[in-house]
Ligand binder design. Structure first.
Ligand SMILES: Cc1ncc(COP(=O)(O)O)c(C=O)c1O
Length: 360
């Protein structure tokens, strides 16, 4: 992303990392490019198995090939789910604060969206469904686990409460789990919503991808997992002719990613953990900023409401650090900092932030 190209601004906003992808992915892409023929590819036979093995190994989740729909992006999946499972008279439910495309997906096609507030409970950002006022026309519950922003990894009990809510209101569930492979809290593990039990599987669409995990978001490879044949048919009918198939390089990268058994991913998690601890300590030492512990991924959701500036994002941008503005996620005076970068760059960015605050 060239947003700050040519400017002395450290870009810590868009949600990808600065890390080189694992050698296995680079090799697979090089080999595919070396073939020199780039016509229509179709879905390689090995793609489904690569994901099925990954889900079994990492989540003890037994996935069947006929449940899978490969997609060029998780955001496509969010938009398709919204269009497939609600009509103009019906509404979806989403957390608020949330990754902006959840809201855009509903706005784009004039679907009402009810918001379950993301509130702090025991130092964690938790989606609160208990106080939500419903009108009775809600059809789709959109979840984000791990949560962006907030970095929460929902526990089994929390997921079961989300399932109970979906059952009570007869909702289809679309669970965006794109950050699932990057759990940083050693005492937590990601539980796919659909793996809770047969009812959760039957009412859900899970969206996963190797894109955040292995830093291949620019290639566009992701997967919808839809165990219920009726829901899958509806989802596929909505996307056909609109959403293209995965491109051939995306397939090569995704297969290599899900077959990767090397130390790259554990090493990355170790590195991110150290960055996370550093960011947590530094940010909380800066007057006016507050950060809760981050359970997953590389995005720090920072409360800057006590900083005496009008717009924290602009304030830090002027100081040479490009962050995401909390406004887009539903909260002014918050900023999101991406720590998926080298420690040296992070140190420089945090120093710039500290110096800017010192000058206030
Ligand atoms: C929760 C969430 N979903 C989806 C995406 C993007 O998915 P894709 O690039 O596959 O469309 C992101 C990227 O930041 C994200 O954080």
């Amino acid at each position: 992303m060239a947003k700050y190209a040519g400017k002395d601004v450290i870009p810590l906003w868009v949600a990808d990392t600065n890390f080189m992808s694992p050698p296995s992915i680079i090799k697979a892409l090089q080999e595919r490019v070396a073939e020199g023929i780039f016509g229509y590819g179709g879905q390689p036979k090995t793609s489904a198995n690569a994901f099925i093995n990954w889900a079994a190994k990492h989540y003890a989740w037994s996935v069947k090939e006929e449940w899978l729909v490969f997609l060029p992006g998780v955001v496509s999946g969010l938009n398709i789910a919204l269009r497939a499972f609600t009509d103009e008279t019906q509404a979806s439910i989403a957390p608020h604060l949330i990754y902006p495309p959840f809201m855009a997906a509903a706005n784009r096609v004039n679907r009402a969206q009810r918001y379950a507030s993301l509130a702090i409970s025991h130092h964690r950002w938790i989606m609160n469904l208990t106080t939500l006022q419903l009108l009775g026309n809600e059809k789709l519950l959109m979840l984000c686990n791990p949560q962006n922003p907030g970095g929460t990894v929902y526990t089994k009990d929390e997921l079961l409460a989300q399932l109970a809510f979906a059952q009570a209101h007869d909702l289809v569930v679309c669970s965006d789990e794109i950050h699932c492979d990057l759990v940083l809290a050693p005492n937590l593990k990601h539980i796919p919503f659909a793996s809770l039990n047969t009812d959760a599987a039957a009412r859900s669409i899970t969206l996963m991808a190797p894109s955040k995990t292995f830093n291949i978001a620019g290639l566009g490879a992701s997967i919808a997992i839809i165990p219920n044949a009726k829901l899958k048919k509806q989802f596929q009918k909505t996307l056909e002719g609109v959403v293209p198939e995965l491109n051939i390089l995306a397939y090569s990268a995704a297969i290599a990613a899900y077959n990767d058994q090397g130390s790259w991913l554990p090493d990355q998690i170790t590195y991110l953990r150290k960055n996370r601890d550093y960011v947590y300590q530094q940010i909380n030492n800066m007057p006016g900023l507050n950060l809760l512990p981050i359970e997953a991924s590389y995005l720090a959701w920072i409360d800057a409401s006590q900083l005496p500036v009008d717009n924290p994002q602009k304030f830090f941008e002027k100081a040479g650090v490009g962050l995401s503005d909390g406004h887009a996620f539903g909260k002014d005076k918050f900023i999101r900092l991406n720590f998926g970068c080298s420690k040296i760059l992070l140190e420089e960015a945090l120093q710039r932030m500290q110096q800017a605050i010192n000058k206030l």
